[in-house]
Design a protein. Sequence first.
Lengths: 117, 113
Amino acid sequence: AQSVAQPEDQVNVAEGNPLTVKCTYSVSGNPYLFWYVQYPNRGLQFLLKYITGDNLVKGSYGFEAEFNKSQTSFHLKKPSALVSDSALYFCAVFLLRGNSGYSTLTFGKGTMLLVSP
Amino acid sequence: GAGVSQSPRYKVAKRGQDVALRCDPISGHVSLFWYQQALGQGPEFLTYFQNEAQLDKSGLPSDRFFAERPEGSVSTLKIQRTQQEDSAVYLCASSYGAPNTIYFGEGSWLTVV
């Protein structure tokens, strides 16, 4: 079955340290992968996406993600975490819906990132 | 507009009451989506429009849920005879179409008491 998974409910990191939030996927064909961030009581904000091209994708707020086809992963990374990065992060993938011929975003369950001062 | 706009931001409904949630997508976006997000969970797909056509409503939890986009712009999600399990954030999103980026509104927070 096609799916997207975030294996960690929560990631803790100290400010200034590098951070990684993991995402794996299972899709047929070429995946279209996205990361979104959600701050408390807010909607989802787009961070970055991979459609095609370079495996390392750079996005907003200093975040980047590496597409790894052999490991079917799309981990979110940042070289130096900030306390203000603390939020809920969602990985998402476009999945074909049945026989409809179109795709919609399917989300992982989310990973809470907590950056301590 | 500059972004996806949703109203009301917060709604408290008594059980059995009908509610209507409005979404104003980004101008020119042909695709419009509704998602439901329970507390601490990822968004779950409800329904999808391409212009005024509702192409998929398979995610709607029951026949109490109804969505429309009559002129291919503003959309309304209606929930009839609300129940406590309907309490969630309802997110509207729009895009130019897959695989373009989908942009989300701030959500409508529904609490059914």
